[in-house]
Design a protein around this ligand. Structure first.
Ligand code: PEP
Ligand code: MG
Length: 885
């Protein structure tokens, strides 16, 4: 019979952490902890195969019940209690556990096994009726909410039960749930039982087995719950993995003052600091910490109420275990523990979620601590972590008088500004209308995940650093502040109050999620300094070692060029010169050039642009001194330069001394049906050679000036959109003679300036050998190459792409991630052909794909010498190269 159930008992388990595909992350790690002799309440894991079977057949696989019963007997033997026994009852927890953590997305039921018969038994055994009734009311709440709602439909039962609880608390003026007396708890449990019958027309099962199987079924079904599916879509988790189910002996953190529960990280998940970090609550069950119902205390912060001072021997044990776990996994761990009557139990360990800053810091620290080698360390860093450390912040030096209106716990990094909303649905509506939002809530729950995702930031009034909002936001690298208990939220009337300030839905606030400050209004955010970013520089130093393929940047201003240099770029791979033509004081000369009706006038008009272009090139070549700067000749369709507004046409006609009508006619003649396939790229330089001549003269003159200043300018001239060898030769000749005359005029005999082309058309790929005979370098323009290979317009793909992806016709947007089968194959052919003729030809890529990690991996394999991408993607590209070295 196939094995579906895996036991984990003290010091021996049938599974291990290598089996997460079968046991899920939680089950695999529970087994591993048992094997490491760490105290874990005994239990067993029902494998993910049961979930996939159940999803397919809507029933359990044959033999499962028997395997579960056998495992249960073994636990009973180990722990010396019996499930359902009236005198010495064993209680169980049933929890989900997917291969990859999906915090709070699936179900959990605790305290299973409490019935009218076991309750008195447990009371006489523990002599703690309060604890027993408190556990029973939790079981009733969870079971009704999780199990019975799945079977009988959604009646908002949890909310109704919470109202009953609140009513007693209000009446007796209690602040906390655990202030309820035994009598009040008994009344509450009775009311819960009645409410269950009233809502579901069925009573709470009074048989332990029925409770257990109800919980197992609900956990399995929660894999396909709405919020779990949404989460998997966001996190790219395959829907066919299924969840495991962990059935485990209960231990109680709510058994009195010698009991407690907590969550901890082996290092600080916000700052990366190598210091044990966490939160705990005395006399509570685990859900109280995560749900943010009570604000927990720190584990160790040198205060009298931290765990270290309150329960020193337990703290020491926990400290030893966390050290053991981190070094065993070689990874920062997130652990859950419970203390029952002064005995410590570990309920979970898993890879700790952390923000980008902490991820990079921990990886670098562990490398320094010799806990891992450089290769492993690099695999721990993801592109999004680098994005995060370049997140916007508030410039406190420039904005000295800022006064925070409130403060909370800094749970998610960076700063964000947005309009206040109070529920996830409104968040989505605002964002659909182009309004950035900040979601303000008392606490978040897994149902809110979509609304949280679209928000710029999240602010909660309750909960700690391990609350749902904090965990989820940190995982996404989203700005988040939790536990801001000075604000009171009135969700119904869509407003919140801080002292006397009232903030309504739609008003702007700004959060500093790294420090926990909340500001009123829309505050200007700035990108962080790159040069003073020690963490980034440490990372770049590591990445920079042994890079064969280099990273250049796409930049046309010296500001961008400087940024890219600081981020590690080794040159410019694409300088799009058209951006320089669109500036207001230049466009009129351009327009005159296009509209001139003879060559002399045309030349005269274009020459007005020469000084501007020269200055542009001078600045950028100077910043990049010595490093290559690939300057691409003018590319976009001509009509893009022409006036559209009536007033612009009238003014231009006056200046050019032509009638408005004539000008309109010329403009009309220049319109094209398919501008992307029209009069653009090298076709412009061929029909208007004076454009090429002027641009090359400007490059030449800037170069000469820099040489005279003792610098080493290194321009490369790139011809766009070549489809035939003839086009390339035509432009190359013009470039040659223009350069020759500029240098001759300055008594410079020869200066090496490379001339190459972009490969952006399928035909160019197929004749790359012929082009390579005459070109010094090739650079794949994968934006146009994708456009022309698929025949998808790069500007209009949005109208049909979502349907293509939804129906699995294509996996990704091919303009973001390179289509390896089609466009990639053309690139491979072109590289092979070009290198056969000209083995040393330099080959690069400068389309958007140059900054996309998946595409970069493919391009390295295809044999490019460099990738070029926008400045802020440079370190990401460098990381990808280092990871794939
Ligand atoms: C390209 O086509 O990939 C490219 C870099 O050029 P542009 O995006 O300017 O057309
Ligand atoms: Mg292009």
């Amino acid at each position: 019979m196939k094995k579906y159930v895996y036991l984990f008992l003290p010091k021996s388990a049938e599974g291990s952490n290598k089996m997460s595909h079968l046991l899920g992350g939680k089950g695999a790690n529970l087994a591993e902890m048992c094997n490491l002799a760490i105290p874990v309440p005994p239990g067993f894991t029902i494998s993910t195969e049961v979930c996939t079977y159940y999803m397919k057949h809507k029933k359990y696989p044959p033999g499962l019940k028997k395997q579960v019963n056998n495992a249960l007997q073994k636990i009973e033997k180990t722990i010396g209690k019996k499930f359902g026994n009236h005198k010495n009852p064993l209680l169980l927890s049933v929890r989900s556990g997917a291969r990859k953590s999906m915090p709070g997305m699936m179900e959990t039921v605790l305290n299973i096994g409490l019935t009218s018969k076991t309750i008195p038994g447990l009371i006489s055994q523990t002599t703690k009726p309060h604890f027993v009734y408190d556990s029973y009311r939790r079981l009733l709440m969870m079971y009704a909410d999780v199990v019975m709602e799945t079977t009988f439909g959604n009646y908002n039962i949890r909310l109704k039960m919470e109202k009953l609880l609140d009513r007693i608390k209000k009446k007796q003026k209690y602040k906390r749930d655990n202030q309820l007396t035994n009598e009040e708890l008994i009344i509450l449990c009775n009311d819960f039982e009645k409410l269950i019958i009233k809502n579901f027309n069925a009573s709470f099962p009074n048989k332990p087995e029925e409770q257990l199987w109800g919980a197992i079924k609900a956990v399995l079904q929660s894999w396909n719950g709405k919020r779990a599916i949404e989460y998997r879509n966001i996190e790219n988790i395959p829907h066919d993995w299924g969840t495991a189910v962990n059935v485990q002996c209960m231990v109680f953190g709510n058994m009195g003052n010698d009991s407690a529960t907590g969550v901890a990280f082996t290092r600080n998940p916000s700052t990366g600091e190598n210091k044990f970090f966490g939160e705990w609550l005395r006399n509570a069950q685990g859900e109280d910490v995560v749900a943010g119902i009570r604000t927990p205390k720190p584990i160790s912060n040198n205060s009298s109420n931290d765990l270290e001072h309150q329960m020193p021997s337990i703290y020491n044990k926990l400290h030893t275990i966390q050290k053991k776990l981190e070094s065993h996994y070689n990874e920062m761990q997130d652990i859950e523990f419970t203390i029952e009557n002064n005995q410590l139990w570990l309920l979970q360990t898993r890879k700790g979620k952390r923000n980008g800053f902490a991820s990079i810091k921990i990886a670098i620290d562990m490398l320094k601590e010799k806990k891992m080698n450089q290769k492993t360390m690099l695999q721990k860093i993801q592109p999004k972590h680098i994005n995060e450390i370049l997140l916007p912040t508030i410039n406190y030096h420039q904005q000295k008088n800022l006064k925070a209106i409130a403060a909370g716990l800094p749970a998610g990094p960076g700063c964000a500004t947005g309009q206040v909303v109070f529920d996830p649905e409104t968040a989505e509506k605002f964002v659909q209308n182009g309004k950035p939002v900040i979601l303000v809530r008392e606490e978040t729950s897994p149902e809110d995940v979509q609304g949280m995702f679209v928000s710029n930031a999240i602010l909660t009034s309750k909960g700690g650093m391990t609350s749902h909002a904090a965990l989820v936001a940190r995982g996404w690298g989203k700005c988040c502040i939790v536990g801001c208990n000075t604000i009171s939220i009135d969700e119904k009337n869509k407003k919140f109050k801080i002292d006397k300030i009232e903030i309504l839905e739609g008003e702007w606030i700004t959060l500093d999620g790294s420090q926990g400050y909340i500001y009123y209004g829309k505050i200007k955010l700035t990108k962080p300094s790159i040069t003073k970013n020690t963490l980034l520089n440490d990372l770049l130093n590591i990445i920079n070692k042994n890079q064969k393929t280099v990273v250049r940047t796409n930049a046309e201003s010296n500001k961008d060029a400087k940024t890219a240099l600081a981020l590690g770029a080794s040159g410019i791979g694409l300088c799009r010169t058209e951006h320089m033509f669109f500036k207001p004081n230049r466009i009129s000369a351009m327009r005159e050039m296009i509209l001139a009706d003879n060559q002399a006038d045309r030349k005269q008009a274009i020459m007005k642009l020469l000084p501007y272009q020269k200055r542009d090139f001078y600045k950028i070549l100077k910043v990049m001194n010595g490093r290559p700067v690939t300057i691409r000749l003018l590319d976009p369709p001509l009509h893009e330069f022409l006036p559209i507004k009536d007033i612009q046409i009238i003014n231009l006609a006056k200046r050019m001394n032509v009638t408005k009508k004539k000008l309109q006619q010329i403009i009309e003649n220049l319109q094209e049906s398919n501008p992307m396939l029209g009069h653009r790229g090298c076709r412009l330089g061929i029909t208007y050679p004076e454009i090429t001549e002027m641009q090359v003269q400007a490059i030449g003159q800037a170069t000469i000036q820099l040489i005279k200043e003792g610098l080493k300018p290194n321009p490369e001239i790139m011809i766009p959109l070549i489809g035939s060898l003839g086009e390339f030769i035509n432009q190359k000749n013009i470039i040659h003679s223009a350069l020759k005359s500029v240098f001759a005029n300055n008594q410079i005999k020869k200066y090496p300036i490379k001339i190459g082309t972009m490969i952006e058309l399928p035909r160019a790929c197929l004749i790359a050998d012929k082009i390579a005979e005459h070109a010094d370098f090739l650079s794949f323009g994968t934006n146009d190459l994708t456009q022309t290979t698929f025949g998808f317009s790069r500007d209009d793909i949005g109208s049909f792409l979502p349907k293509y992806i939804e129906q699995n016709i294509i996996a990704n947007d091919p303009f973001q991630t390179l289509d390896q089968q089609g466009v990639g194959a053309l690139i491979q052919i072109a590289i092979q052909k070009a290198r056969l003729i000209n083995p040393n030809i330099k080959i690069g890529i400068c389309g958007e794909h140059g900054g996309d990690p998946e595409s970069i991996k493919f391009l390295i394999g295809a044999g490019v010498d460099y990738v070029s991408c926008s400045p802020y993607r440079v370190p990401i590209a460098k990381l990808t190269l280092a990871q794939n070295n």
